[in-house]
Design a protein around this ligand. Structure first.
Ligand code: MN3
Length: 204
């Protein structure tokens, strides 16, 4: 399987004023494309892996030959994480989580505000580059986690349904060193309908 860059379902400028058009364009067309190119390059001579879904490769990284394992970890993670990231944002996003995932968040984290605080703390406390996540854990429970670099929750047996990229490339042009401002702005573009759909796809 040759991985290709998925097109966005909205324009680069559609998430303004929360995320600027130039950041979106560079992030999607250059950063995401680079992860995909590097992943394809790493898998070039590995037919078995080419025929395996990316999710499965990331869940079983130990089965990837050692010579390409780190490349696949970084760039397979980067490919998967960004594929998810674009879809959990929308110009019509923001507001409160609705549907089943909205109820599950309330049940698990008491209320939305508490959930938001915990997620913000996870995103702020990533040292250097990484991601904050809302995942479904082994036992079907929601968890907030963070990963370093392009590590993906799938590598730790968790299924991500919402992710926030806190690499500087995701916000530096508009927010410079003010990661907390970017995090606060991002809540206005979360596509909760899509998050709810991922929740259902995983838990039925
Ligand atoms: Mn990124």
């Amino acid at each position: 399987m040759i991985y290709t860059l998925p097109s966005l379902s909205y324009n680069f400028g559609a998430l303004e004023p929360y995320i600027d058009a130039l950041t979106m364009e560079i992030h999607h067309d250059r950063h995401h494309q680079a992860y995909i190119n590097n992943l394809n390059g790493a898998l070039k001579d590995h037919l078995g892996l080419q025929n395996k879904p990316l999710e499965e490769i990331l869940m079983e990284l130990n089965l990837v030959p050692e010579a390409i394992r780190t490349t696949v970890r970084n760039n397979g993670g980067g490919t998967y994480n960004h594929n998810l990231f674009w879809t959990v944002m929308s110009p019509k996003g923001g507001g409160m989580p609705q549907g089943t995932v909205g109820r599950a968040i309330k049940e698990r984290f008491e209320n939305f505000e508490n959930f938001q605080n915990l997620f913000n703390n996870a995103a702020k406390s990533v040292f250097g580059s990484g991601w904050a996540w809302l995942v479904i854990d082994h036992d079907g429970r929601l968890q907030i986690t963070a990963t370093a670099n392009q590590d993906c929750p799938l590598m730790f047996g968790q299924k991500p349904i919402l992710g926030l990229d806190v690499w500087e490339h995701a916000y530096y042009l508009q927010y410079q060193n003010k990661r907390p401002d970017y995090i606060n702005a991002w809540w206005h573009v979360i596509n909760w309908e899509q998050v709810n759909q991922y929740y259902h796809e995983i838990l039925g």
